[in-house]
Write a protein that binds this ligand. Structure first.
Ligand SMILES: [Fe+2]
Length: 168
């Protein structure tokens, strides 16, 4: 795959991810999760703009994108069965995005962001997000690697456990 094809593929992936997250934000009525999905959609849209700008620098005329069939199917499923039905597919997509960024571009910041998205989706899927850290601003995850995020989550967990022990 040449550079232009790679940039087009990245742009396409990010736009599709943004469409999915936007749909989940509309479906999910819980304010916290809706906000998380909105922030994820905004980050993916920002990444798509990076690739759009790169393509324009390479002299490529940008055409409007239509969501892929896979994206439309996942949105359809999420609307009927709930966002939880598609979370593991999205974790796979985010992990795939991480691998692609590392192998194709070496862009550690974007790779770390994609990895943090997968981590976040796993937390949502396991139900630990809302119970552990209900006020954490997830948009701050962009550019922060998963080790920092994990350390933060462990620290929050220890504080909660410590508070619970001292209460009793
Ligand atoms: Fe992502």
């Amino acid at each position: 795959m040449n550079e232009i094809e790679q940039c087009k593929a990245f742009r396409n992936d990010k736009m599709n991810n943004a469409v999915l997250y936007s749909a989940l934000a509309e479906i999910k009525k819980t304010p916290l999760l809706s906000e998380v999905y909105q922030e994820l959609a905004a980050i993916e849209t920002g990444h798509a703009k990076v690739w759009s700008n790169k393509l324009q620098q390479l002299g490529v005329k940008l055409l409007p994108l239509r969501p892929a069939l896979r994206t439309r199917v996942l949105v359809w499923l999420a609307k009927r069965l709930g966002p939880e039905a598609v979370l593991q597919s999205m974790v796979s997509m985010e992990n795939s995005g991480t691998r692609c960024y590392v192998s194709s571009t070496g862009d550690k910041k974007m790779a770390a962001t994609e990895h943090s998205h997968a981590l976040l989706l796993n937390q949502i899927s396991s139900g630990t997000l809302g119970s552990l850290i209900p006020i954490f601003p997830y948009y701050l995850l962009e550019g922060i690697n998963s080790i920092v995020v994990s350390a933060f989550l462990v620290a929050i967990g220890l504080i909660i456990i410590g508070a619970a022990i001292s209460f009793f």
